[in-house]
Design a protein around this ligand. Structure first.
Ligand code: ADP
Length: 397
């Protein structure tokens, strides 16, 4: 069985064709600059990279080009479209409308239109991606795999904001979380690695990338997560502020003459590591500046480490103990100094890092970086959101 995984953005589209017998990626690639001049497809298969520069006026043309490439005599990996058994689409937000992976139907797509406003930057692109695939591959089974699904097990007392309950009921304003497929994947992999059943474990998963979120996973189920109604909440991120007092945001809007919408853009795009450091949102740049002694890069990284540490403490309490901490995503997998900062001085809680083991270069494998006397295991596990999407899609069939 082969599953095509699609992750559509507003002007880009990433894809992977995964063979489910081996769970191997047989081809993958990215369409860039959809709807703007300078369209480009980068396709990887057979260990080669193929680049096609061609205008991509919309997502349908982009998908059509991807499919053409997948069956191409030279760059292709399948003989015909029938070899693709189903398509799995990544969707950022589900609201309360969907709590599990869902087969695409006309009715489902109507609901998707209704909940579009929950993730205005992401969900409209996913809809474009699904509609494009339906246009080019009519009749093909398709699934929507939501980033929020893994967090649907949070108890009401954890996901509610302390606002008027009637407003929650009417507007569905609550915490939904994000990066669910990643938290699901790495918590499952951690259980496998430890040779335990997920039901036996209390795990904190730290997905630290451009956007970062931390989750508490008890018995294989998410019980709390740091992102909120949108991915703005939680720890400070590349360009997002993370948790902030609403009154502080409102005060800033008044002082800087920003509308509420402009204020939201400010908090999402100009704050976080970029805002504090004044240098960059990219952790590689920040670590270089930290090494060079830049005080604001040092401060930004300190704030990041401190915030992650506080979430770990909070989630240890929420879980009633802890067996394992997992780091994943761009920063979590590649940045030993950030991991060291987060985990410093946690010995009293049974969390002890082995600094030598921590100092490795990411090779795509799982690394155990806890010291021999650490009661809590500390793992670095490369995430694989596409594989989760493919597995979920296959399971639905
Ligand atoms: P997202 O998917 O949220 O855009 P990623 O998980 O790709 O983000 O993480 C991007 C972040 O990871 C950047 O801040 C980048 O600096 C950091 N990073 C550090 N080292 C590496 C590396 N070797 N490869 C990729 N990203 C890295």
């Amino acid at each position: 069985m082969k599953i095509l995984v699609i992750n559509a953005g507003s002007s880009s589209l990433k894809y992977q064709l995964i063979d489910m017998e081996t769970e191997r990626v047989v081809a993958k690639g990215t369409c860039e600059r959809i709807g703007i001049p300078g369209g480009k497809l980068t396709h990887k298969a057979h260990g080669e990279t193929y680049v096609i520069e061609q205008e991509l006026p919309n997502h349908t043309e982009a998908i059509a080009l991807v499919l053409k490439e997948l069956v191409d005599e030279k760059a292709g990996v399948i003989k015909c479209m029938d070899e693709i058994d189903a398509v799995g689409h990544r969707v950022v937000a589900s609201g309360e409308a969907f709590t599990k992976t869902t087969l695409v139907t006309d009715e489902v797509m109507e609901t998707m239109e209704v909940i579009k406003e929950l993730a205005p930057l992401h969900n409209p692109a996913a809809i474009l991606g699904v509609n494009a695939c339906r246009a080019v591959m009519p009749g093909k089974s398709m699934a929507l795999v939501f980033d929020t699904t893994f967090h649907a097990t949070m108890p009401e007392y954890a996901y509610l904001y302390a606002i008027d309950y009637e407003d929650y009921k009417q507007y569905k304003v609550r915490k939904y979380g994000a990066h669910g497929t990643s938290h699901k994947y790495v918590s499952g992999e951690a259980a496998n690695y430890l040779g335990k059943k997920p039901e036996e474990l209390k795990i904190i998963t730290c997905h630290l990338g451009n956007g970062s979120s931390i989750s508490a996973v008890k018995g294989g189920k998410c019980i709390d997560t740091s992102m909120g109604f949108t991915p703005l909440a939680g720890v400070p991120m590349g360009t997002r502020s993370g948790d902030i007092d609403y009154a502080a945001a409102e005060f800033l809007c008044r002082k800087k003459g920003m509308t509420m919408e402009e204020g939201l853009t400010y908090l999402n795009k100009k704050c976080g590591m970029l805002g504090v450091s004044g240098i960059s949102s990219d952790f590689r740049d920040l670590c270089a500046a930290e090494e060079a002694g830049d005080p604001r890069a040092i401060l930004a990284l300190k704030m990041f480490g401190y915030s992650c540490k506080k979430y770990i403490g909070a989630y240890m309490a929420a879980l009633g103990g802890l067996d394992c901490i997992v780091f994943t995503a761009g920063v979590g997998e590649n940045t030993p100094t950030v991991r060291k900062d987060i985990l410093s001085d946690l010995g009293a809680f049974g969390i002890v890092l082995d600094e030598k083991k921590n100092d490795f270069k990411n090779d795509g494998a799982i690394h155990e970086i806890s010291a021999a006397d650490s009661r809590v295991k500390i793992l670095v596990i490369p995430t694989n959101e596409e594989l989760v999407i493919a597995r979920e899609t296959a399971a639905l069939l």
